[in-house]
Design a protein around this ligand. Sequence first.
Ligand SMILES: [Zn+2]
Ligand SMILES: [Zn+2]
Length: 315
Amino acid sequence: MVLHRQREPLTLEQVPDPKPKAGERLIEVEACAVCRTDQHVVDAELSEPKLPLILGHQIVGRDAATGERVGVPWLGWTDGTCRYCMSGRENLCDRARFTGYTIDGGYAERCVADARYCIPIPDSYSAEEAAPLLCAGLIGFRALRMAGDARRIGFYGFGSSAQILAQVATAEGREVFAFTRDGDTTGQDFARSMGAVWAGASSQAPPQPLDAAIIFAPAGPLVVTALRNVVKGGTVVCAGIHMSDIPGFSYDLLWGERAIRSVANLTRQDGAEFFERARGMRIVTQRKTYTLEAANEAISALRNGELVGTAVLRI
Ligand SMILES: [Zn+2]
Ligand SMILES: [Zn+2]
C-alpha cells in the first residue's frame, strides 16, 4: 500500500521486492499494527516523509533467510557518531532514519530492515499480538518511565498505547486514571476492562489528584487540563509525535515544580527492556484486524475515533 502524496489515500500496487543490503534482513511481513503517527504522515501533520512511501513501523515477520521471527520498530537507523548517539540518546540522533517514514515500512508483503535495529519477538505472542507492542508498547513504556515513580497516573486518550501501558503500570502497582473524549462511554468501559481504576471524560477532574499524566491524544489543550490535575512535582508527559497547539495558561499551573516534557522515538535499549517485560507478563490487546488492502479504512477509523484498541493489518 503506497503513499504517493500526503492527504491522498494509499494505493494498492505491485512493487519490486526490496533488496537487502549488507547488514539488512529481508522480512516476510506477517502483521503490521497501525500507529497514530501513520495517520499524521497521511494527513501531512508530519512534513518530511520519503515519497513514494510504504507506511508502517510496528512490523512482525520472518527473516526470509533464517525463518527467525523479528519485529521492526520506528527507529530504523542512526549515525552512531553525533552528540546524542555518543551519549546513549540515539532516539534523538540528528540523522536518524525512521521505518515507515524515511524508510519503507510494513504495509507490504516484504520489507528490509537494518538487522541491528530489529527486535526478537517472544514466542508467547502471535504476530498480531506482538505488532502493537512495537511502538504503542515500547514508546509508551519510555513515556511511562518519564513519569517517574508516580503512583496515580492519568492517561489522556485511551487507545493502542494506553491499553498496553495500563497493564504494565498496574503490574507495577500504580493506579491508572483514564480520560477519553466526552461522551465516549465505550472507551471508558474499555479502559476499566484493561485495568484503569477510574475512567471518565477529559473535561472531568479525577477523584484524586494525579502524581503524573501521559498525553496520548494529539490535542494540545489536554496538556493544560492535565497540569491542573497533577500534584506539585508532578510531570505531564507528551507521548505523541504531533500535537495541536498548546493554549496559553497561567504560570500558577506550572509552579510547584510541575514539569511538561515530550518523549521522542526510542532507543534499542528501550526495546530490549520493554520486550524483557513483555516476556515476563502476558500483555493482552484488543485489536481490530484489517487486510492489507483495507489500510485506508484502518487509518480512517483511527482518525475518526472509531477504534477500540489497536488496528492491525494482517498481511
Ligand atoms: Zn546520531
Ligand atoms: Zn508509532
